[in-house]
Design a protein around this ligand. Sequence first.
Ligand code: UDP
Length: 381
Amino acid sequence: MTFDAVVVGAGVAGCTLARLLAEKGQSLLLLEKRRHIAGQAYDEKDEHGVLVHRYGPHLFHTASRRIVEFLSRFTRWHPYEHRVLGSIDGCLVPLPFNFDSLEALFSPKEALHLEEKLAGAFGEGARISIWELLQTKDERLRELGGYIYEKVFYHYTAKQWGREPEELSPDVLSRVPVVAGRDGRYFTDPFQAMPDGGYTELFNKMIGHPGISLERETSWKERLSFSQGQVFLDGKRYPGDVWFTAPLDELFDFCCGELPYRSLSFDFSHLPTDRFQPVCTVNYPNKEEFTRITEFKHCTGQEVPGTTIAYEYPRSCSLAKGDIPYYPVPGEESARIYEKYSRLADSYKSLFPLGRLAEYKYYNMSQAMEAAFSAAEKIRH
Ligand code: UDP
């Protein structure tokens, strides 16, 4: 069988693109190295029947109507707005840090004073980057910025990335703002919900199309090779497109150096109680080795006896050792290395990097899908 295109990786971007291209009439070979699809969004029931996210919490949120419409063809939704608490000085306070967090940690008089200052300087309800707060003109607000930086960001970031916050692109910490108001939602997108039957079921339905041939437990290395601007499939020159969602440095045998990634490990435990903690995710920004504890029943809405939680531990990542890359590490040095790989990829006219790993962008699920939509739009047939 000849395929119009090969998609490497059946994760969020790969599955979305495969479906979009199949609906344009293309026949696709979808290669997945692991035994399962859905990438890091993979979920499954554990031995106690609790639906868990094996690679950490995935909360769906988007501002894109076309993505909601597209996904709604494959799933029904369980409404869920993500709430996070942070364990700070023995208190559980809302994150993003907002007026409620201030009131939990400061005296009523001081909290009120800071609230007025925040709202006055940035506007009622503003979502402020911690970097902006640290540079504000007002001394008391700068002090508050220093306090939040220390209690919420610094140690969490050092654990998560194994780097100083300044070594990362400022956008990383800005993902979690400080709020001059009481909106404690982690995300503000108008659509926030979880797929009713889970992500694996959703992506299975998505790639259930006669134009898509999925091969699991098949690394791209077993089927594809790349040499001097030419792509080979099973040893023969391949004229179709290759959509590549795996790490680009690995594709080119690390010839321009290794791109940094971060990995995670999870410690799951099942408890014979209905609930372990008040919200889906509690962050531990300080001395603990783990960064957060997630209790899945809060977000999935599943009603089963008992509950399963996961402790999340950041890890270094070496592709050569077989570690699973979870995050690109946005920063100047990695951008320079990535640029070289991107130019190499450009020298292959039919090779297209796509998604969080191959584009080396800290995409959330909706952004990875948007990237697939934009890619598919460029294909005429
Ligand atoms: N962050 C932090 N403390 C927190 C939450 C987030 O320092 O309590 C920083 C940290 O650097 C983290 C980044 O903000 O990696 C982005 O957080 P997010 O919750 O978006 O991370 P993800 O869910 O993608 O792992």
